[in-house]
Design a protein around this ligand. Structure first.
Ligand SMILES: Cc1cc2nc3c(=O)[nH]c(=O)nc-3n(C[C@H](O)[C@H](O)[C@H](O)COP(=O)(O)O)c2cc1C
Length: 370
């Protein structure tokens, strides 16, 4: 018996396993490997400008002739540096927070790339500006990619043009109340991403979220996400009414994932207790490998700058940690399924295990009926 759902026909894939768009990690090599193995590879293109995005799409098309997708973040997820109603504005807080980052790095014995103050252009910078989103979306539409997924925000304003370009549109939600909005916008597939997941985080556990999103989604297919680390998780997602799965963390433990070796070692060494939710990196709650930067931020009771401006503070810290290969200071985003990564394998082997494990679990499920 083969694992197959109507989603396979909708997307033109063999098995209903989708590589989650993971900024920094889901690069062309990994996306193509998942697509070539029969799933759907999705590029984590959130911070790609148009030139880089065009390059990634071309590279993916060179590596596979199978369907693939592009994932970005959209407005509603991010905002401009807001003026403060009273007290210092977020922009005014930048020097104090940079000082905190510099003192942290010194304490950790790391060379400090932290500037004394952010250049004015930085606090006003155009990353995640309206222009940035527009250029990204023009590029996605022009390239006629098979699948587009919005990781945060609503693809509504672009949906007609995406459909005209032949693109299937997905949107990630973390709470049930966002389902009606993206359904009204006309998305083709909804991703229900629960609390276990790596990256930007939902307050609702996957096991509770998925069936409630499935009920609210009606005839729109749902992918389950968050904590799916092996075939049993895939089978459980099907039992909850999902038509497929959107898997991130399990694919981080692969040769093709675009991570540094020290980050991959941290994933293999980590357990289900080894992640934490913190706003210290992007300004929004995100699940990441437990680390001293997030701990120091929380211990100091610091309020982050709104996304994307928190990266002015966290960027230099991450850079120093990566250069020194200090997993204790920062090792990246990961979900609670990290505890299931035991070795670094080819992505095709991970996908095969997800499929075969799900088939075995689903076949065995009948034995529970008396
Ligand atoms: C390293 C990493 C980076 C991520 N970056 C993004 C991103 O750029 N855009 C996005 O929509 N989701 C991002 N996510 C969330 C994933 O798309 C996905 O929802 C999540 O990984 C699923 O849960 P799992 O990690 O338990 O499989 C990221 C997750 C990880 C682990």
């Amino acid at each position: 018996m083969r694992l197959q759902t109507p989603l396979c026909d909708l997307l033109g894939i063999d098995v209903p396993i989708v590589l989650a768009g993971m900024g920094g990690a889901s690069h062309p090599g990994l996306a193509a490997a998942v697509s070539n193995a029969g799933g759907l590879g999705v590029l984590g293109a959130a911070s790609c400008g148009p030139d880089e995005l065009r390059k990634w799409i071309a590279e993916t098309r060179n590596l596979t002739d199978r369907p693939f997708g592009v994932d970005t973040l959209l407005p509603a997820s991010v905002r401009r540096m807001p003026p403060s109603v009273e007290g210092p504005s977020p922009a005014d807080r930048v020097p104090e927070l940079l000082e905190f980052a510099r003192a942290f790095l010194e304490q950790e014995g790391l060379p400090s790339p932290v500037p004394r103050s952010a250049p004015r252009s930085e606090t006003r910078r155009e990353l995640f500006s309206k222009n940035f989103f527009d250029e990204q979306m023009e590029c996605v539409i022009e390239a006629r990619v098979p699948v587009y997924a919005s990781g945060l925000g609503d693809p509504g304003p672009w949906i007609d043009r995406l459909h005209d370009a032949g693109t299937t549109v997905m949107a990630v939600v973390g709470v049930v109340r966002h389902v009606s909005k993206v359904k009204q916008s006309g998305v083709d597939v909804i991703v229900a991403q629960g609390h276990d997941a790596g990256g930007h985080n939902s307050p609702i556990g996957t096991l509770s979220l998925v069936p409630q999103v499935v009920d609210a989604a009606g005839d729109t297919p749902v992918l389950a996400a968050g904590g799916i680390g092996d075939g049993r998780g895939v089978a459980a997602a099907m039992m909850l009414g999902a038509s497929g799965v959107w898997v991130g963390t399990a694919f981080l433990g692969t040769r093709e994932a675009n991570l540094f070796d020290y980050q991959k070692r941290a994933l293999v060494d980590g357990s289900e207790e080894g992640t934490v939710i913190s706003r210290s990196v992007t300004g929004k709650p995100a699940r990441l490998v437990r680390n001293k930067w997030a701990q120091a931020w929380d211990d100091a009771g610091k309020q982050p700058l709104p996304m994307p401006f928190q990266s002015i503070i966290s960027g230099p810290v991450l850079q120093a940690a990566i250069r020194a290969e200090r997993a204790d200071v920062y090792a990246g985003f990961a979900g609670q399924a990290m505890g299931m990564i035991r070795e670094i394998r080819p992505a095709a082997a991970v996908l095969e295990d997800l499929v075969h494990g799900a088939e075995a679990a689903l076949a065995a499920a009948g034995q529970h009926l008396g």
